[in-house]
Design a protein around this ligand. Structure first.
Ligand SMILES: [Zn+2]
Ligand SMILES: [Zn+2]
Ligand SMILES: [Zn+2]
Ligand SMILES: [Zn+2]
Length: 480
């Protein structure tokens, strides 16, 4: 198999890209194609633009995965390659192709027959003809293998997408070779292109199986959304693994529709550097160009003149040059980027162990010790707080009915605090805010139950706000 011969032309041809993608969505019975079109400009390449004014919280489009499979990461959990069930006994098919399956029922599906045919062709050319047990390496390479199964029309869709050649050079191929599979040269070339396209464009997808499983999906329309650090959309996944892209604020006709490629609760310095390292561009969005990050400086550190000044330090100017000095916003003291780098590594070394520490120690650290060296607004602290929000109410031993009144109050406080950050950063009605509202609602419900109180107006408001944002998402836990 080969990518489409017109690939080079497609990468700059907005009209053809628009047509092919809209036909692709129609083939999957998706009709959300009216609110947007694809345009091209020299600086950002192809992008998606609103064709009319779009009110807040509209589904702008639903995207269907061209390829959906497992995550490549080395801690990829064992799961069935057909129904994606985790925590089940895994078996092989009768032909012993090495792909894990949960049952004969899954083995007899077209999905498996297609996977099986690709792998067995490579297996038959090798010295061994079958696998004794199912293989984790094969599972980790599954998403790339599925590229081999695309129909010619779907290969044309794949060919529309950019593939970054400086990204990893087909790590999945190395895994397959470790298994001593004999992959013909032409297949290997196609696999490499697929891997590069996946690395550049794939999303983490959440799929509802017996648990909510984290997968890797190639969503061809969403792949064309350009990045912004306060994007105007958020995306959710429905039970079929389709991606729903909704706007987090009002969008004017002609405005570009954007998404984020990075962590929105990282500070500007980290975000820009991360985007440069992973996506090879320096972001110049409004948030990146505002030193104080719309009033919530997640990068900020305490003034290095710690005995005399309690001001915050930030880079002197926005720059692509990482050697720019930092300056105290209160006393004007300067520090070299080298000093700041050392300071940041020290702080990370203080904070990182808490990710694997007990919940008690983590909370104790957040409540009593942070003001010693790290400002409350720093991304390291915000991230730990987000982690606590995720644990309290959900981890065994910390379920809602097991929480002390004190921890329940603390969870409420953290939810409100981070919702406020999301608002200050102008992230709009995004998924993170939806989840925080959901957590706040669950906390307030537990509180009122304990006190035997009726729900207040606020509780109802929080519930409605959470559902409004998360409607359609397979992780929405609140019933209407
Ligand atoms: Zn299964
Ligand atoms: Zn098989
Ligand atoms: Zn930016
Ligand atoms: Zn100072």
């Amino acid at each position: 198999m080969k990518l489409h011969t017109n690939r080079e032309k497609y990468l700059t041809d907005a009209t053809t890209t628009d047509q092919i993608l809209k036909q692709y969505l129609k083939r999957h019975n998706i009709d959300t194609i009216d609110l947007w079109n694809i345009k091209y400009n020299e600086t950002t390449g192809r992008g998606i633009y609103a064709t009319e004014d779009i009110p807040l919280n509209t589904t702008i489009f639903v995207d269907y995965p061209l390829i959906l499979g497992t995550r490549y990461s080395s801690n990829c959990k064992p799961l069935c390659t057909v129904c994606f069930k985790e925590d089940v006994q895994l078996i092989q098919c009768a032909k012993k192709c090495g792909l894990p399956l949960c049952s004969n029922e899954c083995a007899n599906t077209t999905v498996h027959t297609n996977d099986c045919n690709v792998v067995r062709e490579w297996l038959e050319k090798s010295s061994h003809e079958s696998f004794a047990v199912w293989s984790l390496n094969l599972l980790r390479a599954l998403t790339a293998i599925r590229g081999m199964e695309l129909s010619p029309t779907d290969v044309e869709v794949l060919s529309l997408l950019q593939g970054n050649q400086s990204a990893q050079q087909g790590a999945e191929i190395k895994l397959l070779k470790l298994l001593e599979l004999k992959i013909p040269k032409e297949d290997e070339e196609f696999l490499l292109s697929t891997c590069q396209i996946l690395d550049t464009n794939a999303f983490e997808s959440i799929y509802e199986s017996n648990t909510k499983v984290s997968l890797r999906g190639l969503y061809p329309v969403s792949a064309l959304l350009n990045h912004n650090c306060s994007p105007n959309t958020t995306h959710l996944f429905d039970k079929e693994g389709r991606m729903i892209v909704k706007n987090t604020r009002f969008i004017r006709a002609g405005e570009e529709i954007t998404i984020t490629y990075t962590n929105l609760l990282w500070g500007t310095v980290t975000r820009r550097h991360n985007l440069y390292m992973t996506k090879q561009f320096w972001c110049h969005c409004n948030r990146c160009m505002d030193l104080k990050e719309f009033g919530y400086p997640l990068s900020a550190l305490y003034c290095t003149d710690i005995n005399k000044c309690d001001g915050l330090m930030l880079p002197k100017v926005i720059s692509n040059d990482i050697s720019v000095p930092w300056v105290c916003t209160s006393c004007g003291k300067k520090s070299s980027s080298k000093q700041i780098g050392i300071f940041q590594s020290t702080l990370s070394a203080v904070v990182n162990p808490y990710y694997s520490d007990t919940v008690e120690n983590l909370i104790e650290f957040l409540q009593n010790r942070i003001d010693l060296s790290i400002p409350n607004c720093n991304q390291l602290i915000v991230d730990l707080k987000l982690r606590v929000v995720g644990i309290l109410g959900h981890r065994s031993g910390y379920l809602f009915n097991e929480l002390s009144d004190h921890l329940l109050e603390y969870k409420e406080k953290l939810c409100r605090e981070i919702i406020n950050i999301v608002e200050v950063l102008q992230l709009g009605e995004n998924k993170m805010k939806g989840f925080l509202l959901q957590e706040l609602y669950l906390t307030l419900m537990e509180k009122s139950q304990r006190r035997n109180e009726k729900n207040t107006k606020e509780v109802t408001y929080v519930k409605v706000a959470a559902i409004k944002i998360l409607r359609g998402d397979c992780r929405l836990m609140i019933k209407d």
